[in-house]
Design a protein around this ligand. Structure first.
Ligand code: SAH
Ligand code: SF4
Ligand code: F3S
Length: 485
């Protein structure tokens, strides 16, 4: 694993890179790392593919549609590459690990294919490509290729550098604490693309959090596929997520700590009590249920029953009564009957999630599900179930947001809202956006100066996905002070 280094001597910009990222937070973080590494080799970011010397596509394989989109985007580059053969095109991320050489066969003008466990090689591989090397491939061992230690080593984490400019805001950052996954849910490709579950060493995580705090980061989001299963063993010292939270909590400058994604079976009383007792830990828990039917959960090999899930919800509500819980669901999994789907609807109604991400099952070659079950639910049924579940969830979102009307909430201000950006608002007065500790989105008419601050906001109106408010502040604005004096 790599050491942390703050980008020291940044060389003069001589080349440009263009990067597109899809997929989960892991990919967003990986892109940040790769850009930071390439900056050290003299690259600057550009939003214009035509201007770029290197074009990177950070891909996702979790559903077929994400892959199709990636291939379509690549095909579109053909003219650009024909006109400028010296442009280097790199496919990185989960699709690179899954499809490997097949990417060169489908899109022959791709120069590099780099899996998520080999990202540290990108700067050197781009340099080789510029010297004429063709079709370079860097992927990790597959889960059946050799012993576990070798496979683990081939899935290296790449967390050496941080790049505040690549983050959605400089005040928030992802911090990887765990790579890979050993749960092998039957529908899921992630254990194949990201390799075995490995907890990063606590010292590295804490050192990285300090670097982030020094860069002005106020909120860190700890990442892992099953982040609450985190364990690191060194000699006889075992570190769990709750221990890590304690260590991160004392870092000056870090004001908020979140962690995603949680695995229901590992949502222990001890972890919940830690979240309750540490004021910087957000009372926000993303714990995907995936289905409300025991039969489907069994076929998914999720390792828990609905009774376990309901017991976990009771535990959460008992220990952190104001917790916001969110979930993921797959509708139309192999063999899902109408009754089984209705059990999912019931679970959503009973659990009252803050929000749910709902996906239509997409068969993934290479998974156990693809091997043993038939993808037998018609697309239109999957689509209908998706809409039905979404409607139930949206109603809950609205009803639960109504409880915030007239209340004051602490907001970490992220910056101008999407609406403000779309409208092209300029100057100081903007519609600003931020999140409550429980991850609800709030917007208000504010000032660009508020970005990065934690401010009290009074909630005036609510919709299912957004709340509208007014900043309550006694902030003394230096310019006004001068006028008064
Ligand atoms: N590690 C996380 C989720 C990773 S993938 C967890 O265990 O919860 C993110 C979400 O994509 C999953 O929660 C699941 O709902 C969805 N997903 C994964 N594989 C899928 C597939 N083959 N088809 C449709 N949705 C899928
Ligand atoms: Fe995929 Fe299951 Fe692992 Fe999540 S826990 S990444 S859904 S295999
Ligand atoms: Fe996609 Fe890989 Fe994340 S498959 S969801 S980018 S771990």
């Amino acid at each position: 694993m790599s050491n942390i280094a703050i980008a020291d001597a940044i060389p003069a910009v001589s080349k440009h890179l263009y990067i597109e990222t899809v997929g989960c937070q892991m990919n967003v973080l990986d892109s940040e790392m790769v850009v930071a590494a390439l900056r050290k080799s003299g690259y600057a970011l550009t939003k214009d593919p035509a201007k770029a010397d290197a074009l990177l596509f950070n891909t996702c394989s979790v559903r077929e549609r994400a892959e199709e989109k990636a291939y379509n985007n690549l095909f579109h580059l053909k003219q650009l590459k024909l006109a400028n053969p010296e442009k280097i095109i790199c496919v990185m991320g989960c699709m690179a690990q899954k499809d490997q050489k097949a990417i060169f066969e489908r899109v022959p003008f791709v120069d590099l294919v780099v899996g998520p466990g080999q990202l540290h090689r990108i700067p050197e591989m781009i340099a080789n490509a510029q010297m004429g090397a063709k079709h370079q491939l860097a992927v990790s061992l597959s889960r059946r290729d050799g012993n576990v230690e070798d496979i683990k080593r081939s899935h290296e984490t790449f967390d050496p550098l941080r790049d505040p400019e690549m983050r959605p805001t400089p005040f928030q950052a992802y911090l990887r604490i765990q790579i890979g996954c050993d749960k092998f849910c039957t529908y899921c490709i992630v254990p194949m693309t990201r390799g075995p579950e490995q907890g990063r060493a606590p010292e590295q995580i804490i050192a990285e959090a300090k670097v982030l705090a020094d860069q002005g980061c106020k909120e860190i989001v700890l990442l892992g596929q099953t982040v609450n299963s985190y364990r690191h063993v060194q000699g006889d010292k075992v570190t769990r997520l709750s221990d890590l939270l304690q260590s991160l909590h004392v870092i000056d400058g870090i004001e908020r700590i979140k962690f995603v994604t949680n695995y229901p079976k590992d949502m222990t009383r001890d972890l919940l009590e830690t979240v309750r007792d540490l004021p910087k830990c957000s009372p926000y828990l993303h714990v995907p249920a995936q289905s409300g039917s025991d039969n489907i959960l069994k076929r998914m090999k999720r390792g828990y029953t609905t009774a376990d899930y309901y017991a976990m919800m009771d535990r959460i509500n008992e220990i952190i009564p104001n917790a916001a819980v969110s979930s993921d669901f797959i509708v139309g999994f192999c063999g899902e009957t109408e009754e089984e789907f209705q059990m999912t609807v019931d679970l959503v109604r009973r659990c009252r999630f803050k929000n749910s991400f709902i996906f239509q099952y997409s068969v993934r070659p290479g998974t156990k599900g693809a091997e043993i079950y038939e993808d037998d639910i018609p697309e239109e049924v999957k689509h209908r179930r998706n809409l039905e579940l979404l409607e139930v969830q949206n109603q809950i979102c609205l009803e639960d947001n109504m409880k915030f009307l007239g209340r004051s909430v602490q907001i970490l201000v992220e910056g101008p809202s999407k609406w403000s950006v779309r409208k092209g608002q300029t100057g100081e007065l903007r519609q600003m956006t931020g999140r409550t500790p429980c991850d609800r989105i709030v917007v208000w008419d504010g000032n660009i100066r508020q970005a990065g601050q934690i401010l009290p906001v009074h909630i005036d109106d609510v919709f299912a996905f957004t709340m509208f408010g007014t900043v309550e502040t006694n902030e003394i604005v230096p310019e006004l002070l001068q006028i008064r004096m």
